[in-house]
Structures are given as C-alpha cells and as structure tokens.
Design a protein around this ligand. Sequence first.
Ligand SMILES: NC(=O)c1ccc[n+]([C@@H]2O[C@H](COP(=O)([O-])OP(=O)(O)OC[C@H]3O[C@@H](n4cnc5c(N)ncnc54)[C@H](OP(=O)(O)O)[C@@H]3O)[C@@H](O)[C@H]2O)c1
Length: 251
Amino acid sequence: MARDQFADHDRRDFLRIAASGAALLGLAPFGAPAQPAGGAPLKIGMVGSGREGGALGTALVKAGHPVMFSSRHPEQLKGLVDGLGPRAQAGTVEQAIAFGDVVAIVVPYTAIEQIGKDHGAALAKKALVIDVSNPSARRDGKDLAKWVEQQGGAGLATAKLLPGAHIVRGFNAINYLKLAEDAHRPDGLVGVPIVGDDQNALATASSLIREIGFEPVVVGGLSMGKYLVPGTPLGGEHTAAEIRQIAAGLH
Ligand SMILES: NC(=O)c1ccc[n+]([C@@H]2O[C@H](COP(=O)([O-])OP(=O)(O)OC[C@H]3O[C@@H](n4cnc5c(N)ncnc54)[C@H](OP(=O)(O)O)[C@@H]3O)[C@@H](O)[C@H]2O)c1
C-alpha cells in the first residue's frame, strides 16, 4: 500500500465527510443494530479520531457499540458524532480511556510515548487495547523508526510504551477509506491480520473485527507486529486464506 494514501486527504475534510456520509446512510439512530452480532455492546474509547480512528470508530458505532471519540480539541469532533447518533460522543483523551472497556489507539506513533506516560496505568486495566498506529520514518522521523526497529518492531515497541496493556495490533495496513468500502464484502470478506500475546484480548478483537465485516486472522504474538505495517507482504488487502499463506513464510 502506498504510504501517500495515508496523507491524501485532509483530516478535517474526513470528519466533515464522515459525518455527512453517516447522516446520509442513516446509520444512527436507526441504522445501527440494537445489539452487536457478537453479543453485548462493548464501550469503545477512541484515542485518535482522525482519518483512520474516525473510520474505525464509525464502523464500531454502526455495529452497535457505544463509542467515545477523543481529541485534544473534542469540540472539533461535533460534526462527526452528531452524524452518528446517540451511540457516539466526543471527549478528551482521558475521558475516552475512562469510558472504554476497549481502547483503540490511532495516533501518530510519536504520540504513544506521552499517552503511555499520562494514561499507562488506566490502559493496563483494559481488557483490550487495539494499536492501529504505525511508525513511519517519513512522518515520525528516522530516530523514532530506528528505535522501533531496535525494539523488534511496532508490536514490541508499543508494549514497551504501554507496559501491562493487553495489546492487539490490527487494521494497520487498511486504508481508512477502505474500512467502509470493504466491510461485509459480499464476494468474500477482507482479512485483517492481528497479533497479540493475550488470548482474551485477541478473542475480543476478533469478535469486533467480525462484527464490522472483516475476517480476523491471528498471525502470531506481538513480535510479529513488525509485519503489521504498510509496505510489508501483509499490507494491503488479502483474503484470510492469503494472509495465512503469507504469514506462514514470515518469522
Ligand atoms: N490513515 C489511514 O488510512 C491509516 C491506516 C492504518 C493505520 N493508520 C495509522 O493510524 C494513525 C493515525 O493516522 P490518521 O491518518 O488517522 O491520522 P490523522 O488523521 O492525522 O489523525 C491523528 C489523530 O491522532 C490524534 N493525536 C495526535 N497527537 C495526539 C496526542 N499527543 N494525544 C492524543 N491524540 C493525538 C489527533 O487528535 P487531535 O484532534 O488532538 O489532533 C487525531 O485524532 C497513524 O499512526 C497511521 O499510521 C492510518
């Protein structure tokens, strides 16, 4: 997947488009199911509600989960949450973490260190922390990229920054526009490779992924997180069978 895809659209444009799109689609309050397919709704806190976080949170609202989107400027998320109905709300990062049974971290990788310092204890108490953030030398600088590599890749690096958190990496190489476009694809579900060291967290992540219309594929522990970034063989779109085949050749 070309890295430029992540920089094509202005984030504020995305929030506006997502909000009006959700309203047009009638996702909420009437479009979302009363109960998620996987069972009881889980409260989701989104840390990062830009292009990817906004799209992922929107998919989770659509699947029937209450979602708190967050920003350092939560008032700027009004358009997004208004368009999604009563299951969506906006808050600060601290509020979203307190709200969530599950927290998704979808921020520039450089922000994770401070998030860990400020909220690490709260994040360690969550059943699942989904890490969608990718280190990028172009955006985050060569030093950060080198540090991540020295830790053994993005999975182990995030674990160092968020000690004790039940981390699952996932969605890392699925473009935010594709999250809506590829959900529930009738000609075969798109696979989502995930990695993690905690079986319960992996099970919860798998259930959420199925509910939003993709097929989860556990490809290993956090040490395999180095392959869950754009530009690796697992990047881009694959079926679950293709992911298993590709992952078998990685170590
Ligand atoms: N875009 C994609 O298609 C895509 C796909 C897969 C993975 N990713 C990964 O997802 C992450 C986000 O990408 P994006 O394209 O969604 O970026 P984006 O549109 O620029 O959004 C970034 C989000 O991070 C938040 N943020 C930034 N610094 C923060 C901090 N110190 N504390 C708390 N929140 C902070 C921003 O909130 P504020 O409102 O407070 O600025 C904003 O909500 C990146 O790591 C990227 O590699 C992106």
